[in-house]
Ligand binder design. Structure first.
Ligand code: HEC
Ligand code: HEC
Length: 208
């Protein structure tokens, strides 16, 4: 369902209430879940820093969001918080939730150190051939907006990105019997140094 589909559904639900009919359970449920997501991921999906760093979902590719929700449910991707959240969703909601977040356009949350942005841009645009690190732009797009199952990185919180790249093989592709698309990132995460990870994470976090 598109964001327009979602709005139309909520409008129909409101009209139904005005007419004295019951609020359709599906729209009610979806709206409640969205509110719940926003309490952690920021009121405009821009991400949020608390005890945990909550990633930005605004502008994220719908197919990527849906695939990650499935990955949390199937335990291909481990995270105790999101495992619980995803188990409480009906898979029929994944598409509507993903479209809703994709349509949000808040500015980047910011907060990254700015000292290594040049190195970060170099890695993103051209990679580090001498270390077998491909150009991130080749897959994530020159504007870092991603495509299909390849995530948007633009505006993502730098501390979230740093932690994901540093812990990749402990959190992603955890069902050894069912290798998934996360395998594509394994060599890259191993070949980047900590300093290079911090630089590229800081750079993409500034992009709109
Ligand atoms: C209690 C806080 C909390 C709530 C509520 C919550 N999330 Fe999350 N979410 C997180 C955290 C923390 C992460 C980061 C997990 C990690 O580090 O791997 C995350 C990660 C994600 C990711 C992966 C993002 C990425 O870039 O890979 C998606 C997709 C996601 N959440 C969707 C949702 C949706 C949809 C909802 C509402 C149904 C929701 N979340 C509700 C805390 C929350
Ligand atoms: C060959 C294609 C390809 C290249 C090159 C590539 N990526 Fe990725 N990247 C992917 C795919 C596919 C995913 C989704 C993996 C998944 O679903 O678990 C991903 C996921 C990620 C994530 C997780 C985002 C999130 O929200 O959790 C980060 C961070 C990332 N890539 C950073 C980079 C950086 C930095 C580079 C360059 C040094 C790079 N990638 C190069 C394909 C690529």
């Amino acid at each position: 369902m598109t964001i327009f589909g979602l709005k139309a559904m909520l409008r129909t639900a409101m009209t139904a209430t005005v007419l004295g009919a019951a609020w359709p359970a599906a729209a009610d449920d979806l709206h409640a879940k969205l509110e719940y997501c926003l309490t952690c991921h920021g009121t405009a999906g821009q991400g949020y820093r608390a005890y945990y760093t909550m990633p930005r979902l605004a502008g994220q590719q719908p197919k990527y969001i849906e695939n990650q929700l499935r990955a949390f449910v199937e335990r291909r991707r481990t995270n105790p918080i999101m495992a619980n959240v995803a188990h409480g969703l009906s898979p029929s909601m994944f598409g509507a939730l993903a479209e809703h977040f994709h349509a949000l356009t808040p500015p980047p949350l910011g907060g990254a150190p700015r000292g290594q942005l040049g190195l970060g841009k170099h890695i993103f645009d051209e990679g580090l051939p001498e270390s077998n690190v491909p150009a991130c732009a080749a897959c994530h797009g020159a504007d870092a907006h991603g495509q299909d199952e390849i995530p948007r990185l633009a505006g993502q919180l730098h501390d979230y990105l740093t932690s994901k790249l540093a812990n990749w093989t402990r959190e992603r592709g955890q069902d050894r019997a069912r290798p998934d698309i996360s395998a594509i990132m394994v060599p890259t995460t191993h070949n980047l140094t900590h300093e290079q990870i911090a630089a590229v994470a800081a750079y993409v976090s500034t992009l709109k």
